[in-house]
Every structure is written in C-alpha cells, then in structure tokens.
Design a protein around this ligand. Structure first.
Ligand code: SAM
Length: 340
C-alpha cells in the first residue's frame, strides 16, 4: 500500500509517519497537570489494554504498511508496562522501523536503561520539571516520599549507558517552576543534553490551567537570551520543537509552543492509546478509531489498513487549525490516558 501524504499549507508534502504509542495509562507519579488530583481516572483493566501481540500486529500489519516508520513509546509511564524491554526489542527489530524512542519520567531508568539500550532503544526523553527536589515532589504529588534523587540517578545512568540524544522535557507552569528556566537551560552548557520547554496545555486539567495558564516560549527565549545569548541551532528534530542553542553549549534548547503558536499544518503524528484508540489530533477528539474493538471483533487487517489510510487522508481537515491561540477545549481524557 502506498504512503499517504498530506498537503502542507505551503504545498510542501508533509508525511504523517510518526506514531506515539501509549503502553499503559497508569503512572507511578501523579503530576498535577497530567493527572490532576480529584480527576476521575478510571484506569484500564488489563483485558482492555492491547496485548503485546495485538500491538505488534497493528504496527507490522497496519501502521507500517500505511507509511508509519517512527515510533515513540509513552504512557502513563511506559516503564510500568510488563515486558516493556521485550516490546522494545520486537519494535526495534521490525526492518521498517526508522526511529524508536521513549518518553518516561525516569524513575525506573537507573535499573532499566541498560536493558532498554541492549534491546535497541537509543533515544529517550525524560520529564524533569524541576531541579529543586521540593518543587519536583510537589509537582508529581509524591505523597510523602521524595522521588527527585532517583529520577536524577536515572538521568545519569541513561547518559552513561550512551543514549543519544538524551532529552529532558520541562512543562513550564507559571508560578511553580518558571523561575527555574535559566537553571534548567544551563544544563545544556556543559552536557550534551537537550532541554525542551513545553507550554502547559489545558488537556484534562481545565481547572488547574484556568488558574495558572501558560508561559509563551518567546518569553522564555528572551530571558535566556538576556543571560547568555541564544542562536538558532543547526540541529533539527523531527518534531514541533524550535531548536536553539546557548552560544558554545554542548546541548540544545527546544521550545514546543503549541499554545502560543499553531503548528498543526506541519503535524506529522498520530497517537495510539493503551486501549487501542487511534487519535489523529491531540487537540480535539474527533474521528478517533477504536482499533482494539475492531481487531477483537474479527475485522481483517486489510479493513483496518483501509480505515487508517482514510483517517490519514482526513487528517489535514481534522488538525485543529482553526483554534484560537490558547483556546481551551473540553477533553474527556487526560494526557496520561491519551498518551502524551
Ligand atoms: N510518564 C511519562 C513522562 O512523565 O514523561 C510519559 C507520559 S507523559 C503524559 C508525556 C509528556 O507529556 C511529559 O513530558 C509530560 O510532562 C507531558 N504533559 C503531560 N500533561 C501535559 C500538559 N497538560 N501540557 C503539556 N505537557 C504535558
């Protein structure tokens, strides 16, 4: 089956070839912005999760044939998925896999990084919203036990094992961690780490968001520029980040500005939730496909390929282009449930 291409507004062909796969909706942290306190989180039952076999069948027989070749494992917390190392091995061994990466909170990396690397994983993004253990523990809602040190050790181990690039994801929340932006940016000066600042999104957390909002990337860049200067980096990722560098730094700074800018036209991705819902756009809930139910009801793989192809063709219309900057939507699933 041919690859599906969508038209960029400037008529540049934009290929949707990147699938973010949530392995599990559970997490060992409870970040305020992702799994807000009090939010009704009905965790999936084991039988609702795609099995390893179902997931691998979908990747090999549905997603690869319609043109997906970049995969990111996420969650919830992907390292809580039983057999995650085996899944990594299986996905990295698919000949068409051009890129396999993972987004994790890093809590289990100190003991798992080497096994993941040996299984074929090379790229990791670790969420680190604060360098201050107290702030960090407050954000992740640690319930009495500090987790910062173990995450920091996970980051060091990941670096030692050889993951490259190693990226640190920071969701910037006004009044909570925005005063740490310079300290976090400074990590890239002497280390070949890549820090990416993400604008806080109102997904499944409208109340919290309403109180606090987001900080525009341009403002963060200005603060960094005033301190050290800032140049546009030659290094580009395959995602929506605008990449910059402190002059002379070993690593880079990425800015993901989905609230202050709209990059829907260059969106190259879809998301598969742990229970098998394929979501064509993070910022709205329309046109999702329930692949798990279809698979279990006996739909043929040819039928599923055709449904996903049709969705790919529709994606330019589904992309949330018309949204106002900073618009909030009504989302029934939190990021932890969608697979961020
Ligand atoms: N548990 C893993 C982790 O912590 O990285 C993977 C899942 S988490 C949902 C993936 C990413 O989504 C994290 O970097 C997290 O900070 C980000 N995220 C979650 N909720 C968000 C929100 N409301 N706005 C922006 N980013 C968010």
């Amino acid at each position: 089956m041919g690859k599906v291409l969508t038209l960029h507004k400037n008529n540049i062909m934009n290929q949707v070839d990147y699938l973010r796969i949530s392995l599990i909706d559970r997490c060992n942290f409870r970040c305020q912005y992702c799994m807000p306190e009090g939010a009704e989180l009905d965790y999936l039952l084991r039988q609702q999760l795609l099995t390893n076999e179902e997931l691998l069948t979908l990747i090999q027989e549905v997603f690869v044939p319609v043109g997906f070749n970049k995969f990111r494992l996420t969650g919830g917390e992907p390292l809580l998925r039983p057999d995650v190392v085996e899944l990594v091995r299986a996905i990295s061994s698919i000949p068409q896999t051009q890129d396999l990466s993972m987004t994790t909170n890093g809590f289990l990396l100190a003991r798992m990084a080497q096994d993941l690397y040996d299984a074929g994983l090379r790229r990791i993004n670790i969420s680190l919203d604060s360098l201050d253990p107290e702030t960090f523990d407050q954000i992740i809602n640690n319930r009495g036990r500090s987790r910062w040190q173990q995450v920091w050790e996970g980051i060091q181990t990941t670096h030692r094992v050889g993951f490259d690039p190693l990226k640190l994801n920071v969701v910037v929340i006004p009044g909570i961690n925005d005063h740490e932006v310079l300290d976090l940016a400074a990590l890239t000066i002497t280390r070949q780490w890549h820090v990416r600042f993400i604008e806080f999104m109102p997904i499944g957390n409208a109340h919290l968001f309403g109180d606090q909002g987001w900080v525009a990337s341009a403002e963060l860049r200005q603060r960094i520029r005033e301190r050290w200067g800032l140049t546009e980096s030659q290094i580009r990722g395959n995602g929506p980040a605008d990449v910059f560098q402190i002059p002379g730094a070993k690593g880079t700074l990425g800015f993901i500005s989905q609230m202050s800018e709209c990059f829907c036209d260059r969106c190259n991705r879809m998301r598969l939730s742990a229970d098998g819902w394929l979501r064509p756009c993070l910022l709205n809930e329309s046109n999702q496909l329930d692949l798990r139910s279809a698979l279990r009801a006996g739909a043929s793989l040819a039928e599923l390929r055709s449904q996903v192809s049709q969705l790919l063709a529709l994606k330019p219309e589904i992309n949330f282009k018309q949204r106002e900057s900073g618009a909030t939507g009504a989302y029934s699933r939190t990021m932890s449930q969608i697979g961020g």
